[in-house]
Ligand binder design. Structure first.
Ligand code: C2E
Ligand code: MG
Ligand code: MG
Length: 593
């Protein structure tokens, strides 16, 4: 029954007003305490109303509601809201009708705020102390005690208690800024909705204001708060009455209602017009993630998680868009979480290791260096490809520790190779964008050099073209510092990004690595290796060495050599190998020449 829900959810908001202003609610209806008389004797109704008519309690008059049986009372309680006090007869249609009604009120209707004063004609029907306690009964009176003065004192005490409970509720369940239900309350409301049958048509959405923190930073928190108020106000006035609106995070709102009411296209439309906030007119966009409650397995918490998954998807694709959660998304995310957990334990149990792939001088066939590549072997012996786990390690921040470890492993290996009598070899290490941007990257790099004692001129860092091309000032400065340490720099996967020539010209780069896709093309008559030859030409002009990766056959090697490519790496020469194999391979190659 959605409308109970709505009354429940929005009534708190109304109350906040009314506690604040003590004035008129909507300008027409005077604010008052709603007092519900449930008694099968009409005389008791008359006497009570008479005694309390015209009385003001804490500045407000009393509005009376009447029921003459427990059944009738239940019906009224299902539709009316904001009842402060129930004066309840213990014995009505049955001896236990009153106490049963209390049970219904607290357990079934979940009306926990309303204060209940039990009344009975016969003192012998007094409920047990435990009952009074368990059902949160405020007071127990015999009808003879309800004279005008006593009634006034009893009702006033109950009103005070009611008001305190509401105030506490408000703190616990409502957001002060927007007067909307907060996250806790929203979760309860979803739980209630999920517990009801036939929520197949219900939808829950999380709406996130895009770049809200920038508004806050630029205009101050006060203005940010006003913007949030304007947004919640617009939603309140524009969305249909059956929609529950909640504020569930600093700049996120939760919405719940029928699929028709929560139409994402209409939601996003609400943001087309600017919001007027004090003297400003602000344009903001929002992104929305939705979930059908029928798709939710579990509780309100789960529903929020699912909608958040959809929201993240939407943010990733484009701000100001929406995505509806599908069960597949959940599976994929849980898969990622599992992978991440095992990656963590792989780090701990040292199932990560480094392999090395030789790099060759194409002119004379000599080994010039090798690239360190990370490997992850599962418990069952299968490998997880780096293209899968490196993005995950980046997203989780694990790449910082892993990358540092690869760097140190590679440096140690280089020292061992030199000890074998191969002094001139170069060690290339891939550096992810996250590592590169980490404030301690340079310090860590330096420590690795000092700890392992390698000569920096034998170390090369590979950054991808996309990293090299963004944020020019930062890149230029960082690369200059790295070069200053004596380390050389290669741009990996070259040709796949969008290099600006003028930017590239400024960068202190030693080597361009032609992406394997363009080496692959060399065998195709149609594509014909245009990009490879362009990169080689570019390298010549910029006085950078060019290395081709992914050379798999002699034909490719020959074409590259003829184009003037200096170095190469690929299965034609060797696959990436663990250190002991690499040593064997190097020895064998040395003796065979
Ligand atoms: P990348 O840096 O471009 O590495 C070259 C990739 O080409 C490697 O894939 C290598 O095994 C593969 N490869 C080399 N020769 C051939 C060939 O002839 N044919 C084919 N088909 N492939 C060849 P791998 O090892 O799977 O690594 C994939 C990517 O993962 C790397 O691309 C790099 O971006 C990333 N990666 C690997 N190790 C690390 C690491 O320690 N740190 C970071 N940040 N990224 C890493
Ligand atoms: Mg690389
Ligand atoms: Mg590459």
């Amino acid at each position: 029954m959605p409308h109970v829900n709505r009354l429940d959810a929005s009534s708190g908001a109304d109350d906040l007003h009314f506690l604040d202003d003590q004035g008129q609610d909507d300008g027409s209806k005077p604010l008052c305490w709603r007092l519900f008389i449930v008694d099968d004797e009409p005389d008791v109704h008359r006497a009570t109303t008479f005694a309390l008519t015209g009385v003001n309690i804490l500045g407000r008059p009393i509005e009376f509601l009447h029921a003459y049986s427990a059944d009738e009372a239940t019906k009224i309680l299902k539709t009316e809201s904001n009842i402060a006090i129930i004066l309840l007869d213990v014995v009505m249609e049955r001896e236990d009708a009153g106490l049963n009604l209390v049970r219904t009120i607290r357990n079934d209707l979940k009306l926990l705020d309303v204060r209940i004063i039990l009344r009975t004609g016969q003192p012998g029907y007094a409920p047990e102390i435990e009952t009074i306690h368990d059902f949160d009964i405020n007071d127990y009176k015999t009808k003879s005690e309800l004279t005008r003065t006593k009634l006034y004192a009893t009702v006033t005490a109950a009103v005070r208690a009611y008001e305190q409970i509401r105030a506490l509720d408000e703190l616990a369940y409502y957001d002060r800024l927007s007067s909307l239900p907060n996250r806790n309350r929203f979760i309860t409301l979803i739980d209630d909705q999920l517990a009801r049958d036939g929520c197949s048509d219900s939808v829950m959405a999380i709406l996130d204001i895009d770049d809200f923190s920038e508004v806050n930073d630029a205009l101050g928190h006060q203005q940010g708060d006003r913007l949030l108020q304007a947004v919640s106000q617009r939603m309140k006035t524009s969305l249909s009455d059956d929609v529950v609106i909640a504020r569930i995070g600093s700049d996120t709102f939760g919405l719940m209602g029928s699929a028709v009411s929560i139409d994402p296209v209409l939601l996003l439309k609400l943001f087309r017009q600017p919001f007027s906030v004090l003297n400003d007119s602000m344009i903001v966009t929002a992104t929305v993630g939705l979930v059908r409650l029928a798709d939710v397995k579990g509780s309100g918490q789960e529903a929020i998680k699912d909608a958040n998954i959809a929201l993240k998807r939407a943010k990733k694709s484009r701000r100001g868009s929406y995505v509806v959660y599908s069960v597949d998304m959940g599976i994929e995310i849980r898969e990622r979480v599992r992978l991440l957990q095992s990656l963590r334990s792989a780090v701990e149990t040292e199932r990560l290791f480094v392999v090395y792939q030789p790099q060759i001088n194409l002119d004379n066939g000599q080994v010039v260096g090798m690239e360190a590549l990370l490997r992850w072997r599962n418990d069952d012996g299968s490998f997880v490809p780096p293209d899968r786990f490196i993005p995950l390690a980046e997203a989780s921040g694990l790449i910082i520790a892993i990358g540092d470890w690869v760097l140190r492993m590679a440096c140690h290996e280089l020292i061992r190779l030199q000890a074998m009598g191969l002094p001139g070899l170069r060690m290339s290490v891939n550096v992810s964008q996250i590592q590169f941007r980490h404030p301690e990257f340079l310090a860590k790099l330096n420590t690795a050099l000092v700890d392992t004692g390698i000569n920096p001129k034998h170390l090369e860092l590979e950054i991808t073209e996309s990293v090299a091309m963004e944020d020019p000032d930062f890149i230029l400065e960082t690369l200059a510092l790295i070069k200053g340490m004596g380390i050389s720099i290669a741009i990996d996967d070259f040709g796949t990004g969008y290099s600006s020539l003028s930017h590239l010209r400024q960068l202190p780069v030693d080597r361009l690595k032609i992406d394997r896709a363009f080496v692959n093309e060399l065998n195709s008559a149609v594509l014909g290796g245009h990009i490879a030859s362009m990169v080689i030409e570019l390298g010549r002009n910029l006085k950078m060495t060019v290395i081709a990766e992914g050379i798999e056959d002699e034909n490719q090697a020959k074409i590259l050599r003829e184009m003037g490519c200096h170095e190469g790496q690929g299965y034609l020469y060797a696959k990436p190998m663990p250190a002991p194999e690499l040593k064997d391979w190097l020895r064998a190659r040395d003796t065979s020449r």
